[in-house]
Design a protein around this ligand. Structure first.
Ligand code: ZN
Length: 315
């Protein structure tokens, strides 16, 4: 079924690596199953990082193997460097995402490399991909594209220049991430337009956060300027919110509701997605999860973009 937008679920990676608890492997399988059953067709299932740094991701290869058993699912993994890329490519993932910060301060603090060194790393990873698994898609995500908690303002010229350098280094597409939840809709529109003017069809996904309540407004702004892939997290899990009581990542349930209510098909069954919250919660007891649509329920008279009615209405 063709969809109007692609929702790329990042909860099993972005979400799980941001919480203290480690979800047991069989619970991860059950959660990924539930997300897939709800209709999500791209899931960032893990990151390939040393287990001593992120014990939450120690089972990355196992999780990939499980996810590869789902027909039609694009299995995605985050890799911070060449070593992670090698492990991910060996595991059989379909797509790699590489975070590259537009803020020098953030880049040094996170990976102890300058932005330029990270571009070189991406170039090496592309070469590795070409040698090991030429069919794998490489996405570079420009993190702190809209501002940085360390550096403050990140000049738009820096973001555009970095996006161009990443495309030149061989990234298939380059997305923009509001890592620290600082973006506003006017900025999202401006920056995606500028990046598209520079790298055209290589312009990738919007990874936006809800730290200050602007997540959906920012997604809509990105949609309005041609973005069609959106990262979000089931239950709004994770995303380093930096603001107590605030969700980090955009909540998948709310994002799906917005698009479907607007008549834009996502391929996702909202009721199944809402029921799947119990599966997530069972794997992470006591962890706060977010979402307005799950609290309020679907609107009376709600119809999915493709014209079908919610199951509870049909019954
Ligand atoms: Zn995030």
């Amino acid at each position: 079924m063709p969809t109007d937008v692609l929702i790329s679920e990042v909860g099993p990676r972005d979400g799980l690596q941001s919480v203290k608890a480690t979800m047991p492997t069989d619970r991860k399988f059950a959660w990924i199953d539930a997300l897939y059953d709800a209709g999500l067709r791209e899931i960032e299932v893990c990151s390939f990082v040393p287990a001593r740094l992120l014990p939450q991701m120690a089972d990355a290869a196992e999780v990939v193997r499980h996810a590869l058993g789902k027909p039609g699912l694009t299995v995605m993994a985050l890799v911070p460097n060449r070593r992670g890329a090698e492990a991910a490519l060996t595991s059989g993932v379909h797509k790699l995402t590489l975070p590259v910060s537009a803020s020098e301060a953030h880049s040094m603090a996170n990976v102890r490399k300058t932005c330029a060194q990270m571009v070189d790393e991406v170039r090496e990873i592309v070469a590795l991909r070409n040698a090991l698994a030429p069919g794998v898609h490489i996405e570079a995500g420009v993190s702190t594209a809209f501002g940085c908690t360390l550096q403050g303002v990140v000049p738009e010229d820096d973001v555009v220049r970095l996006a161009a350098a990443l495309a030149e280094a061989g990234a298939d597409d380059v997305g923009l991430s509001d890592t620290t939840g600082m973006a506003n809709p006017a900025q999202v529109r401006r920056l995606f337009n500028r990046v598209r003017a520079e790298i055209g069809e290589h312009t990738g996904a919007a990874h936006l956060h809800n730290t200050r309540g602007l997540g959906l407004a920012n997604c809509l702004a990105a949609y309005d300027v041609g973005v069609r892939t959106f990262d979000s997290s089931h239950g709004g899990l994770g995303g380093c919110p930096y603001a107590p009581g605030a969700s980090g990542n955009v909540v998948t349930e709310d994002l799906v509701f917005m698009f479907e209510a607007m008549g834009l098909a996502t391929g996702v069954d909202l009721e199944k997605l809402i029921h799947a919250r119990a599966v997530l919660q069972a794997g992470l007891p006591g962890e706060p999860i977010y979402g307005m649509t799950p609290e309020a329920g679907l609107t009376k008279g709600f119809v999915y973009a493709d014209g079908h009615l919610p199951r509870e209405v049909q019954a």
